[in-house]
Design a protein around this ligand. Structure first.
Ligand SMILES: [Zn+2]
Length: 205
């Protein structure tokens, strides 16, 4: 795994970030445990810093994944298929970059092929790549749409994201069950209202 850098999105210059060692990261967790008011040397917490650091490798695995690689392989033989392709109800788990609190929700992705299609699991992986990073939901929505649009070059792309922000339901205004919706449309979806309508019908919105 490449821990030193990541492409934040397609077209971005490589952003070199010096990564601390696991030991340094564990020390930082110990400080936060003390900040919370607890004693990191007590038995129940002794292995917590190492667990947190391992969990971060999973929660933020997207920094080690390149969306262009995921979308590299496309297929041309689709027997003239030219209608909308939709992957619905892709669960995502992310973290808001303002509070490091979870954002959990659902993504729906649609595109209208222009002669080429992509393996449908690649769309789910694309969602994982962008969600397993510190995020702002609006940014994640457009990153998914733009990555698909620029790699596959379909006639249009639609992305709908609905997320529950734990920074809002467990702290701050404490609004449980309110979700945030964000959308990005490109190409024909912007020009033709009937395509947008069809997309909303398919995803039951
Ligand atoms: Zn937040």
């Amino acid at each position: 795994m490449n821990f030193l850098n990541s492409k934040t999105e397609i077209g971005d210059k490589k952003d070199l970030v010096k990564r601390p060692s696991a030991k340094e990261a564990e020390d930082a967790v110990r400080i936060l445990l003390r900040w919370a008011g607890d004693d990191p040397t007590r038995e129940g917490l002794i292995d917590t810093p190492a667990r947190v650091v391992r969990a971060y490798n999973e929660w933020f695995a997207g920094y080690n994944q390149d969306p262009t690689e995921i979308l590299e392989r496309t297929f041309e033989e689709v027997a003239g298929y030219s209608e909308m392709v939709t992957l619905k109800d892709i669960r995502f788990e992310s973290f808001c970059e303002h509070h490091l609190a979870p954002i959990i929700g659902i993504v729906h992705v649609s595109y209208i092929p222009d002669a080429r299609v992509i393996g449908i699991s690649k769309i789910a992986r694309l969602v994982d790549t962008f969600s397993k990073r510190l995020q702002v939901q609006e940014k994640m929505t457009s990153q998914i749409a733009n990555a698909l649009q620029s790699s596959l070059k379909p006639l249009g792309t639609a992305v709908f994201v609905e997320g529950e922000h734990h920074c809002m339901c467990t702290r701050g205004v404490h609004k449980v069950n309110s979700t945030m919706v964000s959308t990005t449309f490109t190409g024909d979806f912007l020009k033709k209202q009937n395509l947008k309508d069809e997309f909303y019908r398919i995803i039951n919105k």
